[in-house]
Design a protein around this ligand. Structure first.
Ligand SMILES: *Cc1c(COP(=O)(O)O)cnc(C)c1O
Length: 376
């Protein structure tokens, strides 16, 4: 497939990257090389800057997909006799709960429907009732549906009770504000191939230094031990074990473009415009969002599937792909949905183009009845 024919990924990671980011991968690096290790140091420092964590926090990168870093953060920061509260409103919250079970960390969940956001008052009540809970693990943007959880308010509650907070900010980091100076947390986790618009292959954990210093020996695993990864990197400037060199170089290039673009406010603003254009464009076709606008994050949108016997997701996906756009299946078990990501390196024409491709596809498939409800 030629570069020009590469479809636009409307998926929340991997996502569409810029030519400049992809070109940064066209050379090889030795893992001992000082030039490469300077890239690692620069990358860690720039990531810290995004959350204003310089001086108080540490950025510890880790090989692997984002989940590896979530598992490493839980395994390293929660002591073996710790107790984790997971406010649960979707698939990625459930993944954290599963990590706790696999790692043998005591787990309590606070369950919501997938259309609801986490309520700080509920977290307050559960923490007050159970002093054995040592940590709360919150998903910032629940990518399973697109719900934005109130991180800052939950962090205030957790701090008030003197417990630890671990945040899966995978799909929000770099686009939705997280300020370490005003939002207390022990760890924020994200990855290369999301809103920073790098390629997938590494995650990173931004941990409070005073927390990290107390984590020696917590981890059940050698390769997942963030304390060990951190201290080795501080001592040697190198990654412990083979680094994903091309992914690191691409993320460094992506970060340069991130700051050139204007940083978080500009990146987040671009995604918010994408999201609004998407929701409005598909609403004009009669397609309804699964979430209420009040809880919708500008990262990924879940739509109800058309209520028509001529619709099936596989054909829909293939036909939209032929027209140049890659969609994402729904992740809900109860209702039939599909998802469209708002993030990635594509211009302002990207979303209108996708809306046109979807309109054309529905017409070609003979899907007439788009919504179960009459649209005004
Ligand atoms: C993408 C994502 C992850 C990590 O998923 P991987 O497939 O391991 O990269 C974790 N949490 C959230 C909220 C995500 O969006």
């Amino acid at each position: 497939m030629t570069l020009a024919a590469t479809p636009i990924l409307l998926t929340p990671g991997p996502l569409t990257t810029s030519d400049r980011t992809r070109q940064a991968m066209l050379r090889d690096w030795g893992s001992w090389d000082t030039d490469f290790n300077q890239i690692t140091a620069r990358l860690r420092e720039r990531i810290l800057r995004i959350v204003h964590g310089e001086g108080t926090h540490e950025c510890v990168p880790l090989q692997g997909s984002g989940t590896f870093s979530v598992e490493a953060a839980i395994g390293t920061i929660v002591p073996r006799d710790g107790h984790v509260l997971v406010p649960n409103n979707g698939a990625y919250c459930q993944r954290i709960a599963k990590i706790c079970r696999v790692l043998g960390r005591k787990l309590t969940t606070l369950d919501y429907t997938e259309a609801q956001r986490v309520e700080p008052a509920d977290v307050d009540r559960v923490l007050a009732a159970d002093p054995t809970i040592t940590h709360v693990a919150l998903v910032h943007c629940e990518t399973g549906t697109g719900v934005l959880n109130p991180l800052h308010e939950v962090a205030q509650v957790v701090a008030k009770h003197g417990r630890g907070l671990i945040v899966d900010a995978m799909s929000s980091f770099g686009a939705i504000d997280i300020d370490a100076r005003t939002t207390p947390f022990d760890a924020v986790i994200a990855a290369s191939g999301k809103c920073l618009e790098g390629v997938p292959g590494m995650g990173f954990v931004i941990a409070k230094r005073s927390t990290l210093e107390r984590c020696e020996g917590n981890c059940h695993s050698l390769s997942m031990d963030l304390y060990d990864q951190w201290t080795y990197m501080q001592r040697t400037t190198q990654w412990r074990f083979t680094p994903p060199t091309h992914v690191v170089a691409a993320l460094d290039a992506a970060l340069t473009q991130y700051f050139e673009e204007g940083g978080l406010a500009v990146r987040g603003g671009r995604y918010a415009r994408n999201c609004a254009a998407l929701v409005d464009g598909l609403a004009a076709l009669g397609l309804r969002t699964f979430l209420d606008a009040s809880v919708q994050a500008p990262i990924i949108v879940t739509f109800h599937a058309p209520d028509d016997p001529n619709y099936d997701f596989k054909t829909f996906y293939q036909e939209v792909k032929k027209r140049g756009y890659i969609l994402y299946p729904g992740k809900l078990t109860q209702v039939e949905t599909f998802r469209v990501g708002c993030i990635g390196h594509f211009g302002e024409a990207g979303i209108p183009g996708a809306v046109a491709a979807i309109a054309d596809t529905l017409e070609a498939m003979g899907v007439a009845r788009v919504s179960a409800e009459e649209t005004a």
